[in-house]
Ligand binder design. Structure first.
Ligand code: SF4
Ligand code: SF4
Length: 382
């Protein structure tokens, strides 16, 4: 395996024609991005039943399956664990996914988002055994699960099912590497111990890493003006020996070209660069008010349908730019168009599903306080 072969195309954040409609995938732009990615010798696409409300799989069928020979690419898809209501659902979802993609086998198949509540659901509906049989029957070449919880649950799952699994997809980046809530380093070590490959999701932590404040941005420029902030984050992950794929969800052509360049000319992270990133992680962690990765899983379970990550994103930007009141205007606009953050009923449903273990209702309350109390109508524009 070469470093170059580690670069995977994450299809959770595809380009859109309408930013407010996650199903409006910009197929023409996506096709162009796929052509460049394939032309440069990359070939791994990661999707799920849920991404873009099901249209990610369809977009891959149009851009990849209908335009390239089957053996020239790999597709990873994922069982919507949270939607399982019976054992028969395993079959139903897999057949639907194969049909949406227009393929008759998966190169990689995961049980999606194993955390405490959804692990119980997967066990209840015999999904681990079902996935093992998919591999036995040739419906999946490699199998595993994506994981969003702490190291102690991962240990429990690997003790029970590790022997049948090839891969664990982990949230891994230099911000979360030693984070006590995410435990990325411990989770990585557990996979090594069990002889299981690691595929990486969220290497940029949903954009948190590449959208730092001006001070951190300047630190990166001074350290190496030639390299993008994203390139350091991708190299951090891909330099780890047991990491076999690093996904990047790309919605812009520029991001694709920059990432292709990183992997075409890959250099493992040096000791000096590792030290620099440790310092940047400390600075970033103390500058981000809410460490939301914008995965959106909380929104799917919120009975009030509050656009939680959008509020957290505005809050993070606004707390880094206290001199501006423009984000207050965006906050009001969001509340007008969608559901207000103030409509949170503190039911707590979202908390167990948060991949970053954020106390969402408490943080939403802070968001509301910040935007209602912290702004001067005379503040300058950004
Ligand atoms: S606690 Fe608030 S944000 Fe979370 S699910 Fe309930 S209403 Fe939604
Ligand atoms: S609050 Fe948690 S679950 Fe919701 S989008 Fe952010 S990280 Fe994901």
């Amino acid at each position: 395996m070469t470093y170059k072969s580690k670069f995977g195309f994450g299809c959770m954040r595809l380009p859109l024609t309408d930013e407010n409609d996650p199903t409006s995938v910009d197929q023409d732009l996506f096709n162009q991005m796929v052509d460049i990615y394939m032309d440069k010798g990359f070939n791994y696409f990661d999707t799920s039943y849920a991404y873009h409300n099901g249209t990610s799989e369809v977009a891959i069928r149009k851009a990849v399956v209908e335009r390239y020979p089957r053996e020239s690419y790999q597709i990873c898809d994922k069982m919507p664990t949270w939607a399982l209501t019976s054992e028969d659902d395993n079959d139903r979802f897999v057949n639907e996914m194969l049909e949406r993609l227009g393929i008759d086998y998966f190169d990689v198949f995961f049980i999606h988002n194993i955390n405490t509540p959804w692990y119980k659901l997967a066990e209840k509906h015999n999904t681990f055994e079902y996935v093992r049989k998919m591999k036995e029957n040739g419906i999946a070449r490699k199998i595993g699960f994506s994981f969003h919880d702490n190291a102690s649950l991962l240990e429990e799952v690997l003790e029970k099912y590790g022997d049948m699994m090839d891969i664990v997809q982990l949230e891994l980046n230099y911000l979360d590497w030693e984070d006590p809530a995410i435990e990325a380093h411990k989770c990585y070590d557990l996979c090594v111990k069990h002889g299981i490959d690691v595929y990486v999701m969220e290497p940029l932590k949903g954009g948190v890493i590449v959208n730092p404040n001006d001070e951190i941005r300047n630190d990166f420029k001074e350290f190496n003006p030639e390299k993008s902030i994203a390139s350091f984050a991708l190299r951090f992950c891909a330099s780890l020996e047991n990491v076999k794929i690093v996904l990047s969800g790309m919605s812009k052509m520029d991001d694709l070209l920059d990432n292709c360049d990183t992997f075409e000319n890959f250099e493992p992270l040096s000791g000096e660069e590792t030290e620099f990133l440790e310092k940047m992680a400390e600075k970033l962690n103390s500058s981000v008010a809410v460490p939301c990765s914008e995965c959106g899983y909380c929104v799917d379970v919120c009975p009030e349908m509050i656009p939680i990550p959008e509020y957290f994103s505005l809050y993070n930007i606004s707390t880094n730019r206290p001199e501006s009141n423009i984000y207050r205007l965006y906050f009001d606009k969001l509340a007008d168009e969608k559901v207000s953050a103030e409509d949170c009923t503190f039911c707590g449903t979202c908390v167990d599903h948060c991949t970053q273990h954020i106390e969402i209702p408490d943080e939403l309350e802070k968001v509301c306080e910040h935007f209602t109390e912290g702004f001067s109508p005379y503040a300058g524009s950004p």
